[in-house]
Ligand binder design. Structure first.
Ligand code: 2HG
Ligand code: ZN
Length: 455
């Protein structure tokens, strides 16, 4: 295989060094075996085409690799695959001010795109904690969401065009940056969220928008999760929200301890909501807060008085993943309709408490769009394998609750390896058959990220 790869890549852009295989062969998950055969670093679309054709001719599999910040194992190479890293395709290729569209290679780091937009008085509004390492190609492959979805939508909403290399090695130019294009199936959207199972995203036309207005951040304490909908509805009626997040007291305790931060409120509560809204709406927000207090929905609250305070309040939410990482959490990334959230939370708490009273659950997430992150924390005494086995065994019980509320087993992290066996709880057998047919059409020899997404 190395000899074959050497026909496309110079020696310095192919590696089989054990440390490199370990590094580029995995994402942020830590529970899957890592065993790629090689890692290659293309610099051009032609090289991506060439390696894809080699894979088809020689019968080896490819795993696309971006910033490797995924949480579902979508970029893990466990079976001797060749990892195709986009680290060297990280250039911004062009920008047109009247289109407000920026042409990126797949390996552009999300934060670099944020900076590029800000330097032009504009904004790329998809934001999440890992933007310092994640790459735009990976964001597209998982249709990344994040903390501003209620106002700005998901990655999908910002992709005006894609250049892809299919699993058969064909280059397709999809939508070409157009705003309007009613010429049949929009194949661009098939590649968004496909987790690299149909081909490689090699370049993207990304839309930018106006820089956001100044904002304020509020953190509210709530004793009953069922009251959160009342709070959301009240604030939505009064202010323009750009975020409505939540975290449990357990999550807050972990962050304040890990980052040595002060508590946001004088007294603790069972749950906290974090809201971001336009600074112009400050008076209206205070009125909504007073109403929520009078209704007994919230027990206390704090509002940022400066950008530094706003950042400090955001740190309480954004630091959660990192604070619980030492407890090797088993991750769930669930979505239900916002209206279903309180009932769903109660059901899940009850199910976990019934089956595993010794397991601690760290709840947090983007409650304003119905996306809940449920991290089950590993008790120190339990081995990693035994813990994962128990969590995996609990999953069908949990996903039945998701299914009963017509929700999703993966809201924004993707299916990858972690949720593959549970896809049927969110997609019907008929849908999965259509997905397979699409996969066969674009990747007839199954070289693209095999074993991911489809059971
Ligand atoms: C977030 O919302 C990320 O912070 C990570 O999606 C969630 O660690 C998680 O479960
Ligand atoms: Zn999230």
């Amino acid at each position: 295989m190395i000899e074959v790869l050497g026909r496309v890549f110079p020696p310095e852009r192919v590696t089989t060094a054990p440390g490199d295989l370990e590094n580029w062969g995995r994402d942020w998950t830590r529970s899957f075996a890592v065993a790629p055969s090689a890692v290659v670093f293309p610099e051009t679309v032609e090289e991506v085409v060439a390696v894809t054709r080699l894979a088809n001719e020689n019968g080896f599999a490819l795993v696309p690799s971006g910033g490797r910040t995924g949480l579902s194992g979508g970029a893990v190479a466990s079976h001797g695959e060749v990892v195709v890293s986009f680290d060297r395709m990280n250039r911004i290729l062009g920008f047109d001010e009247s289109d407000r569209v920026v042409r990126c290679q797949a390996g552009v780091v999300t934060a670099a795109l944020h900076e590029f937009a800000a330097e032009r008085g504009l904004c790329y509004p998809v934001e999440f904690s890992s933007t310092g390492s994640s790459q735009i190609g990976g964001n597209i492959a998982t249709n990344a969401g994040g903390i501003k979805v209620i106002r700005y939508g998901m990655t999908r909403d910002w992709i005006a065009g894609l250049t892809v290399v299919t699993g058969a090695g064909e280059v397709l130019e999809l939508n070409r940056g157009l705003v309007k294009n009613a010429t049949g199936y929009d194949l661009r959207h098939l590649f968004i969220g496909a987790e690299g199972t149909l081909g490689f995203v090699v370049e993207a036309d990304v839309r930018l928008t106006e820089a956001p207005p100044p904002t304020r951040v509020m953190v509210l304490g709530l004793d009953r999760i069922k009251d959160i909908l009342g709070v959301l509805t009240r604030f939505q009626a009064e202010v323009t929200l750009s975020a409505f997040e939540f975290f449990s007291d357990l999550a807050l305790r972990r962050v304040t301890r890990h980052r040595s931060l002060p508590d946001p409120l004088d007294s603790s509560a069972a749950f906290y909501a974090l809201l971001e809204f336009d600074a112009d709406d400050e008076t209206a927000a205070l009125a909504a807060f007073e109403d929520s207090l009078a209704a007994g929905w919230v027990s206390d609250g704090v509002m940022s008085q400066s950008d530094a305070q706003a950042r400090a309040l955001w740190a309480l939410r954004e630091g959660i993943t990192e604070s619980i990482a030492p407890e090797m959490p088993y991750k769930n990334d669930l979505a239900v309709r916002v209206s279903e959230v309180p009932g769903f939370l109660t059901d899940v708490d009850r199910a976990v408490g019934r089956h595993y009273p010794d397991l601690e659950i760290c709840w947090f997430g983007h409650i304003g769009d119905g996306n809940l992150h449920l991290n089950i924390l590993k008790p120190p005494a339990l081995s990693m394998d035994a813990f994962y086995e128990r969590c995996h065994a609990l999953s069908p019980e949990l996903f039945k609750l998701v299914q009963a509320r017509r929700g999703s087993v993966s809201a924004e992290h993707g299916v990858g390896l972690l949720k593959r066996d549970f896809l049927g709880f969110s997609r019907s057998a008929a849908e999965i058959e259509v997905m397979r047919a699409v996969k066969n059409a674009l990747d007839p020899n199954g070289v693209m990220n095999p074993g991911k997404l489809l059971p």
